[in-house]
Design a protein around this ligand. Structure first.
Ligand code: AMP
Length: 280
């Protein structure tokens, strides 16, 4: 496994690597969810590349950029085990040198949900993903369904700017009790960790409602909210039932829908989602 820290090292190494090349962009603090991306990249490609970069431009002013968990040594050990061939772990100055002043803004799909709750977040995500895809020029790039809106933003960006990668979405990896794996789960107190599986339970309750024949999207949102509101340690940020492609809120669940939510446990903000409803 080769570790590159500069863009030119990365480019040189990719040029010498066997194609196809798969890239899994991450912010480190790697867990089994990230490992699933890397294993998929390993299975689909001759070369599996992973980037580790805590991207400052996607954190808001009051965000946890400074406190975001970092452990490069543990990450490299996990990546070796997951079968990565190439790791790109640049410093902030390598990605954003003095004078950096070009950003990528994705339109409609970046606006609601996380885009609304975290102004500037997707501008930072789109900018760094654009840079990583441009530097690496992978045949495939791997993203987790856990960040469903991010997947849509990246697909838009990849198509609109002709970045030429196939975007592969990997299913969400969960703890046995349903909590989606997240680098931010380490912030949860034992009580909050015990309460957090309510998020997935609420989404499953919403999905069940649709499976039972309900197509009223507001009833589904109400059910999801109702389940979370019974958990005193959870504070809802948003609950959405939206078109799975455009992220426009739905009145009726008559096509594939993304049921998604964000909620706080203390200061820790968690997100989760499921796809519900396939339509006729
Ligand atoms: P992050 O390091 O949080 O930016 O995540 C890097 C990539 O891993 C993103 O594409 C995430 O969607 C994906 N990811 C994070 N958590 C999970 C999970 N529990 N299951 C699947 N993919 C995940």
């Amino acid at each position: 496994m080769f570790v590159a820290v500069t863009a030119s090292e990365l480019r040189r190494k990719v040029r010498l690597s066997e194609r196809p090349v798969g890239l899994a962009p991450t912010m480190g603090a790697l867990h089994e969810g990230h490992a699933a991306l890397v294993r998929q990249a390993r299975a689909d490609n001759a070369t599996a590349a992973v980037s580790i970069f805590v991207n400052p431009t996607q954190f808001g002013p009051g965000g946890d950029f400074g406190a975001y968990p970092r452990d490069l040594e543990a990450d490299l050990a996990r990546l070796e085990e997951a079968g990565a061939d190439l790791v790109f772990a640049p410093a902030v100055g390598e990605m954003y040198p003095d004078g950096f002043d070009t950003y990528v803004d994705v339109g409609g799909v970046a606006a609601p949900l996380e885009g609304k709750a975290r102004p500037g977040h997707f501008r930072g995500v789109a900018t760094v993903v654009c840079k990583l895809l441009t530097m690496t020029r992978p045949d495939r790039a791997y993203f987790g369904q856990k960040d469903a809106q991010q997947c849509l933003v990246v697909k838009r960006l990849n198509a609109d700017l002709n970045l030429g990668a196939q975007i592969v979405v990997v299913p969400t990896v969960r703890e046995p009790d349903g909590l989606a794996l997240s680098s931010r789960n380490v912030y949860l107190s034992p009580e909050q960790r015990g309460a957090a599986p309510v998020l997935y339970r609420s989404l499953q309750a919403g999905r069940r409602l649709v499976c039972q024949g309900t197509s009223d999207a507001e009833a589904v949102r109400r059910r999801i909210r109702g389940v979370i509101e019974r958990e005193p340690l959870a504070r809802i940020d948003y609950v959405s039932v939206a078109d799975a492609c455009t992220l426009q809120e739905l009145d009726r669940v008559d096509r594939p829908a993304l049921a998604s939510l964000a909620a706080y446990f203390g200061e820790t903000r968690l997100i989760d989602n499921v796809i519900i409803g396939g339509g006729p």
